[in-house]
Structure formats: structure tokens, C-alpha cells
Design a binder for this molecule. Structure first.
Ligand code: ACO
Length: 198
């Protein structure tokens, strides 16, 4: 393998799914969430913590192992991960966002904003919050709030007129503290299942 190949591989591994600059500019004072002590995506409260878009290298930093604390992931190979990363980046609208513990190079939190393009409401954009998870040994330290508020402000910044989520009953209070509301008569989640996911 020549030197050029190595350089290309290195650049690929640090490639971000979306432009990281936008996270640095998010204004956390716009969120109703209360952070004690005060933290934000730009200043997550510890020098060993970083909030950023997903990178290809996160395959080796336990990203999928973290997701398996949320639901079943299946056995995803590096090739499958890489291809899905490329597809998401090319199609746009997929804002997979992570928190890394840079001491151990491990992904300790994640949440995804998916932006849906619509014709209604004058060609509006709608955000959906998906796949929120914090590593169990790091829970109760505001990281859940941090990652959810980050992608919610990101949705607002990108011009979404609203952001929606589905969750278990026991998490309603958690999301209410972050500005989400159950809308009477309009809060039913329904599914049609085509197969058991692996
Ligand atoms: C849209 C979706 O993806 S829904 C799926 C959500 N994900 C999961 O259920 C996966 C497993 N759970 C987790 O990963 C975590 O428990 C999370 C992401 C829900 C919360 O992460 P944490 O880092 O613990 O959250 P954080 O420390 O910011 O907690 C914020 C507040 O919510 C409360 N809270 C957190 N999790 C829960 C819970 N499961 N039930 C009730 N309250 C909770 C905390 O007590 C805390 O309250 P406080 O500020 O008054 O102390």
C-alpha cells in the first residue's frame, strides 16, 4: 500500500456525516431545558467530552455497541456501516450526532435528527428525533439532555417548523422538560410491521 492510500484512508475515517461547524453555533439559551451546571454542544462541561457529527471512525469507537443499548442492531460489518454512512451523506437530511469520551475514544451518547422535505406548509421541513441513547455508565449526568437539545436546536437552525418523536410512556416527563409536548387528540403513534427486525 502506498503513502497516498494511507492518507486517503485517514481522511475518510475522520470524515463527518455533516458539517460540524453548525453545532458550535447552537444557542442553548433558546431551549427550555435546565442544565446544572450549564453546558452546551460547544462546551459540554469536560475537556474530554466532544459533541460532533458521526464519523466513519466511530465504527471502531463503539457506536454500534452503544446503539445496542437502545435496540437490536444485528451484526453490522465495517463495509455495511461504511456504505450506509455514504448513502446517508449523499442523500442528505441525516444528522446522526454523537458524544465521544476522548480519553477512551468511545462513543457514549447519540441521537439522530432526520429532516423530512415536504410540499405542505409552503415546502416546509419537519424534523424527527430518533435513536437517542446514552451509555448506561454515563447516565444521570445530563448527557441525555445535552444530545437531545443539541439535535433539537439543530432542527430549528436548519429551518424545521417542528420536531417530533416517539417514546415509551416513562420518557414523556424527560422529553417534556426539553420542550416536547403531548398534543391532545394528536399524539398517537401507529405502526404496521412487515417483518421482525434483526
Ligand atoms: C426518541 C427516542 O429515541 S426514545 C428512546 C430513548 N432511549 C432509550 O430509552 C435508551 C435507554 N436510555 C438511555 O439511553 C437514557 O436513559 C436516556 C437517553 C433516556 C437519558 O439519558 P441520561 O443521560 O440519563 O439523561 P439525563 O441525565 O440528561 O437525564 C435528564 C433527566 O431525565 C430523567 N430521566 C432520564 N432517563 C429517565 C428514564 N428512563 N425514566 C424517567 N426519567 C428519566 C433523569 O432523572 C433526569 O432528571 P433530572 O434532571 O431531574 O435529574
Amino acid at each position: 500500500m502506498g503513502m497516498q492510500t494511507h492518507i486517503n484512508e485517514d481522511r475518510n475515517m475522520s470524515e463527518h456525516l455533516y458539517n460540524p461547524d453548525i453545532l458550535q453555533k447552537l444557542d442553548f439559551s433558546k431551549s427550555p431545558a435546565v442544565f446544572k451546571p450549564k453546558i452546551s454542544a460547544a462546551n459540554p462541561g469536560a475537556e474530554w467530552m466532544v459533541v460532533r457529527p458521526l464519523q466513519r471512525a466511530d465504527f471502531d469507537k463503539g457506536f454500534l455497541q452503544l446503539l445496542s443499548q437502545l435496540t437490536s442492531t444485528g451484526n453490522i460489518t465495517r463495509k455495511q456501516f461504511d456504505e450506509r454512512f455514504t448513502q446517508m451523506k449523499m442523500s442528505g437530511g441525516h444528522y446522526v450526532t454523537v458524544i465521544e469520551d476522548t480519553r477512551s475514544s468511545k462513543i457514549i451518547g447519540a441521537a439522530t435528527l432526520t429532516v423530512e422535505q415536504k410540499f405542505i406548509h409552503n415546502c416546509s421541513l419537519r424534523g424527527r428525533l430518533e435513536d437517542v441513547v446514552v451509555n448506561d455508565t454515563y447516565r444521570g449526568q445530563q448527557l441525555g439532555k445535552l444530545i437531545v437539545v443539541t439535535v433539537s436546536l439543530l432542527a430549528q437552525q436548519l429551518g424545521c417548523y417542528k420536531m417530533s418523536l416517539d417514546c415509551k410512556d416513562k420518557l414523556i416527563k424527560f422529553y417534556e422538560t426539553l420542550g416536547y409536548k403531548l398534543e391532545p387528540g394528536n399524539s398517537n403513534a401507529m405502526n404496521m410491521r412487515f417483518e421482525d427486525p434483526s
